[in-house]
Each structure stands twice: as C-alpha cells, then as structure tokens.
Design a protein. Structure first.
Length: 89
C-alpha cells in the first residue's frame, strides 16, 4: 500500500459558502485518479456537494492530465482547486 500524501484544496465561488472556508488540507492516495475519487466522495458525503465543478491540479485541468496520460502521481504540497461551473441565461 502506498503512503498517503498531504495536499491542499482551495475552494472558489459558491464552494466557499457551502464548505465554510477557502481551503483545507487533506490526505489522499498518490495516484491522481484514486485521489480524485476519494476527494469527490468525501466532499459529497461531508458537504453534500452535487454541483458541477472544474478541478485543477497545480493550475492544470485534471481531466486533461488524465486524458493525456501525463505523469499522474500526486506529491505532498500539491494544490487542487475547485471552481464551480457557471451558467447564465
């Protein structure tokens, strides 16, 4: 089993109001896809987060990192940013 790594999560827009803070630290698996799953489940369970969001890892879109097959390991100190998807009428 791999050791967990400590990451920082930053929240923007309506996430700040839902979660009650702008950032928090969290320990996750060092594999990107596993970490994303763990974070998503925790946010949904602890804060009932069900709104769509864009997820960045060190200012890069997580979906593009995974799709592009780039280095998908996470290091201690990495920063995930949660940005709500905005829509207008």
């Amino acid at each position: 089993m791999n050791d967990l790594v400590k990451i920082r999560m930053e929240f923007y827009g309506q996430f700040v109001g839902i979660i009650g803070k702008k950032d928090m630290c969290f320990e996750v698996e060092p594999e990107l896809e596993k970490a994303v799953g763990t974070i998503g489940r925790c946010l949904e369970m602890d804060y009932n987060i069900k709104i769509p969001y864009v997820l960045l890892l060190n200012d890069r879109l997580v979906s593009l990192i995974i799709k592009g097959g780039e280095n998908q390991s996470i290091n201690s100190g990495d920063v995930f940013k949660f940005v709500p998807v905005l829509s207008g009428g």
